[in-house]
Structure formats: structure tokens, C-alpha cells
Write a protein that binds this ligand. Structure first.
Ligand SMILES: [Zn+2]
Length: 314
């Protein structure tokens, strides 16, 4: 999703979170790139989307395509790195700041892959009255992923292996997280946010329980030295993801507790369920109520707060 008025608070938090990170040495028309492992680059678009580029044998694999606006600059940045022949694009989910560039790369021969639910959600054109009239615009036909994968999928590319792992009902209904080995890097899509409350698209099948479960699985899939590349913002460590998980669980618990006592959103919000996190590292305090509302709406739709204890990274 782009920084629409509906999502402005959360989206801005994501962008601000990345403002202080180290990027360079290459900048091309607003795209900042850096090499994070052999053959592996993070390219941050002008709009703040993190695109992961694996310069594999036989062509490049991208995780996410960024928004349509500015995709030519992304293509130019890849060309300047000498890795512009894109063979695969994997979409982490349907939001337009992750799939908007699909058409550009598809027209140049790339195969675009996503989960079936992501393809389906990308075709929905609707307005969400209960979330400031957020307008979801259907993607153009040539931006839709032609290949869909429902279950875990492995792509072997020379000495690299790319694991596509479904994270059902988390940020959206159709999330994929992508692990690249041997680089030990995981692109989380928008399941993980750095220093910001996340957006949960409950109108497209996302849920707070799914976010918590997916975050636990991110930790279980990685180790102490794994680098987690979020859809926006700075790269996180396992310790950062653990802190994020603790916040998700705590806020969900607080909202759920209030929700059991109070039936209405206003009554739950009056208790300021994010208060203990609003002055820490989760973005400006005004973003807390946006997140609390999303948790409330998720609980309303039958989500719990997940079960069990967080998995420890190995
Ligand atoms: Zn998103």
C-alpha cells in the first residue's frame, strides 16, 4: 500500500524508521542500494520500499517490485549494478507498493510469483468506510502475478536457494516471507516493521494472531545472526524481531482484556492500550491508537492473540 491518507500514520512510521539507517554507496534517481552478502543487494526505492535483489546464476531474483511510480529508477539501479536481467519477482503480498513494479519487470521477461490470495486481493476495488474511507484500487491486469504458489516453495538458483514460506492471515491473507540461503537473510514483507507499529489489513484477511504467529515463525526460521529485511525501514536483527514480537503480544493482550470488558471501540481506546509502548521506539505516540484500532477490529473478526511462547532463535 502506498502512503494513502488512510494509512498515513503507519506508513510514515515505517518510512521514518528507515531514515537513519546506512544506505549507499550507490544512489540512482532516488534508489539507494547496498550489498549485504555475496550476490545480494537491498535497494530502497524513493518511496521507501525495500526490494531484495539476488544476482543469481541465470538472472536476478527480486523480492517485491516496489511501487509503479519510480520503477524505472529501480530498473536503472539494477542495470548500474550489472544485475538488470530480472528472471523472477516474488511478491510478499498484494499492496501496491510491493507489486506496482510487476508490469515493468514482467514486460522485460521476468516471471512474477505470489500466493493465490495475493493475486485475488490485488484485483479488489473497494472503499473501506470504517478506515477513513481507504480506497483500495484494483491492480492493472499486467501487474498481476501470473504464477501463484499456495504452499512452501523452493527455488534453486546456482549456489543459492530461495525459500518462499506462506504466512497466512498475517499482514494480509496472502503473505509470503522469503529466506535466502546461504546469505542468511529473510525478507519479511510487511509482517515485520522496524521501530513502528505495523499495519494489519483486516479487510484483506490479515489478523493480529496471524502477525504474532508469523513473527514467531520468522524467529524459528532464522538464527541469532539472521538479518531481517522488512518491507520498509532498516534491517533488523533477531533481537529486534523478538522485541517486536513482545510488543505485538503485549498490545494484543491489553486490547483483548479491554475488549472483554467493553464492547465498543471508543471504550477500548479510552483505556489507551498501547500507552506503555507509545513513548518508546514504536513511532510517534499518535500511531498507537491506529494500531490499537486494527487489533480491535481483528479481534472483532475472531482473531485471538496467538498461543504458546515465542520461539527462540537458534
Ligand atoms: Zn503492506
Amino acid at each position: 500500500m502506498t502512503c494513502s491518507a488512510a494509512r498515513l500514520a503507519v506508513c510514515a512510521a515505517g518510512l521514518l524508521a528507515g531514515a537513519g539507517s546506512t544506505v549507499a554507496p550507490l544512489r540512482a534517481q532516488g534508489v539507494a542500494a547496498r550489498k549485504v552478502a555475496p550476490r545480494l543487494y537491498i535497494l530502497r526505492t524513493a518511496a521507501g520500499s525495500n526490494v531484495l535483489a539476488l544476482a543469481a546464476t541465470g538472472g536476478t531474483l527480486l523480492v517485491d517490485a516496489g511501487p509503479a511510480d519510480g520503477v524505472e529508477a529501480l530498473g536503472a539501479a539494477l542495470d548500474s549494478l550489472g544485475i538488470g536481467r530480472v528472471r523472477y519477482v516474488v511478491n510478499t503480498h498484494y499492496h501496491d507498493d510491493h507489486i506496482g513494479g510487476n508490469a515493468y519487470f514482467g514486460q522485460r521477461g521476468a516471471v512474477v510469483i505470489a500466493r493465490p490470495a495475493a493475486r485475488a486481493e490485488a484485483q479488489v476495488d473497494t472503499v473501506i468506510p470504517e478506515f477513513n474511507g481507504w480506497r483500495r484500487v484494483a491492480a492493472a491486469a499486467d501487474a498481476l502475478p501470473p504464477v501463484t504458489v499456495e504452499g512452501p516453495t523452493t527455488i534453486h538458483l546456482g549456489s543459492d536457494t530461495v525459500y518462499l514460506v506462506p504466512a497466512p492471515g498475517a499482514h494480509t491473507s496472502g503473505d509470503l516471507v522469503v529466506r535466502v540461503a546461504p546469505a542468511d537473510v529473510i525478507h519479511t514483507g510487511d509482517v515485520y516493521e522496524v521501530g513502528a507499529y505495523p499495519f494489519i489489513d483486516v479487510w484483506a484477511g490479515g489478523s493480529v494472531a496471524g502477525m504474532i504467529e508469523a513473527t514467531r515463525r520468522l524467529l524459528a526460521a532464522g538464527g541469532a545472526t539472521t538479518r531481517y529485511v522488512p518491507g520498509h525501514g532498516a534491517v533488523g536483527s533477531a533481537a529486534d524481531v523478538e522485541r517486536y514480537l513482545e510488543m505485538l503480544v503485549a498490545v494484543c493482550g491489553a486490547v483483548a482484556q479491554a475488549w472483554k470488558r467493553e464492547a465498543t471501540l471508543d471504550a477500548v481506546m479510552a483505556g489507551r492500550p498501547t500507552a506503555s509502548f507509545d513513548d518508546t521506539s514504536w513511532g510517534p505516540a499518535r500511531h498507537g491508537p491506529v494500531f490499537a484500532e486494527l487489533v480491535f477490529r481483528s479481534l472483532e473478526r475472531g482473531s485471538g492473540c496467538g498461543g504458546g511462547t515465542p520461539a527462540r532463535p537458534r
